[in-house]
Design a binder for this molecule. Structure first.
Ligand SMILES: NC(=O)c1ccc[n+]([C@@H]2O[C@H](COP(=O)([O-])OP(=O)(O)OC[C@H]3O[C@@H](n4cnc5c(N)ncnc54)[C@H](O)[C@@H]3O)[C@@H](O)[C@H]2O)c1
Length: 324
């Protein structure tokens, strides 16, 4: 096992925690190690070259969302992986959420009839852009960091692609704190099944909000409606001494369990999307084919989600409706 990071201090800290070979230069890692698969978790603009190099090295790839910040970049990555017969999977983990899977089963069964409209929100506490990655938050946005999850989820749930978008946004809070980026972005997307879905995204919720993320989705069809509050599912609400206020925990994202030997085991959709990649790589190592892997968030899904996010930003620039 190996990992690469430009930050040598971080590498050193992690090697004390986990058993892996550290590299500062990922290219050296690709060259020297016999890797079956690699996960790309660098800031958004730095996924592309790493994925292209992994494809050239013949290593299967799980790439963080967004696949790339341009549609052309996503296409280039998808083409390179296809040419090298390398798996390209995107970490759109909302697809692995058991609640979303339950929604999809009802939608696929036709229980809601034709979807007419929908609404989603994903909002982070302000610490995410301000304290976690203030250096690259100006190159990202609530659309690229958060919206992309729900653009993909809406596509997945409805089996539909975006065709047009209109977006508005606001700046002020984060720029006043020295992080020059959008506070919030609201987008209305028309899909090719005729539905319009509104996506509200922001990353300025107060530190005091009860969880790092607030998120949910609802869809309304001619025969019914579905909604999922993905943040507060009624599990583990607490108020403890060292943290102010109430806290809620999304146990569907990450669940810590202990096996019979007392060892820590994690599951939940945050882990399952990664486990699915490992499963797929094992199928390929056992002689399976990429075409035979069945469903997983692919490079094509990465392209379609980026198409929407790029359209959102184009609409913010032009103030008009953007055809995708
Ligand atoms: N799926 C999710 O829930 C989720 C959550 C958070 C972030 N993300 C995604 O993960 C990616 C990383 O986000 P983050 O919050 O962890 O960012 P981060 O800034 O905390 O970490 C990025 C790391 O990449 C390293 N890095 C940058 N360029 C590199 C290079 N060329 N070679 C090796 N290492 C390099 C940096 O040193 C840093 O340690 C982003 O694309 C983000 O959208 C996904």
């Amino acid at each position: 096992m190996a990992a690469a990071d430009l930050n040598e201090q971080l590498l050193e800290e992690r090697t004390r925690e986990f058993n892996f070979k550290p590299y500062k230069d990922y290219r050296e890692m690709l060259e020297k190690e016999q890797l079956d698969g690699v996960t790309v978790v660098t800031p958004d603009p730095f996924h592309k070259q790493i994925v292209l190099d992994a494809a050239e090295a013949g290593v299967h790839v799980l790439c963080e969302k967004p696949l790339d910040v341009t549609v052309e970049g996503c296409q280039q990555m998808t083409d390179a992986c296809a040419a090298a017969n390398v798996l390209l999977q995107v970490d759109f983990h909302k697809r692995y959420d058991e609640y979303h899977i339950a929604m999809k089963q009802k939608l696929d069964a036709g229980d809601l009839g034709r979807i007419q409209y929908g609404y989603s929100h994903m909002e982070d506490r302000i610490e995410v852009p301000k304290d976690w990655f203030p250096n690259w938050a100006p190159n990202s946005s609530p659309a690229w960091f958060l919206g992309i999850h729900f653009y993909d989820l809406a596509r997945f749930l409805m089996n539909a692609n975006g065709v047009a978008v209109w977006a508005t946004g606001a700046k002020g809070r984060l720029s006043s704190l020295g992080v020059d980026t959008w506070d919030s972005i609201s987008a209305k997307v028309l899909f090719d099944n005729g539905a319009t879905v509104a996506f509200d995204n922001s990353w300025i919720l107060p530190y005091e909000f009860e969880a790092v993320v607030n998120q949910g989705i609802r869809l309304v069809g001619e025969l019914g409606m579905l909604e999922c509050d993905s943040q507060d599912r009624g599990t583990v609400t607490c108020c403890v001494n060292d943290k102010p206020g109430m806290q809620t925990h999304n146990k569907s994202f990450l669940r810590q369990r202990f096996d019979k030997q007392g060892r820590e085991v994690f599951d939940g959709y945050g882990m399952e999307s990664i486990a699915d990649f490992a499963y797929n790589v094992n199928v390929l190592l056992d002689g399976g084919t990429i075409a035979g892997l069945g469903s997983y968030p692919s490079g094509v899904d990465g392209i379609e989600a980026t198409k929407i996010a790029a359209g959102v930003h184009k609409s913010l620039e032009t103030g008009g409706i953007v055809q995708l």
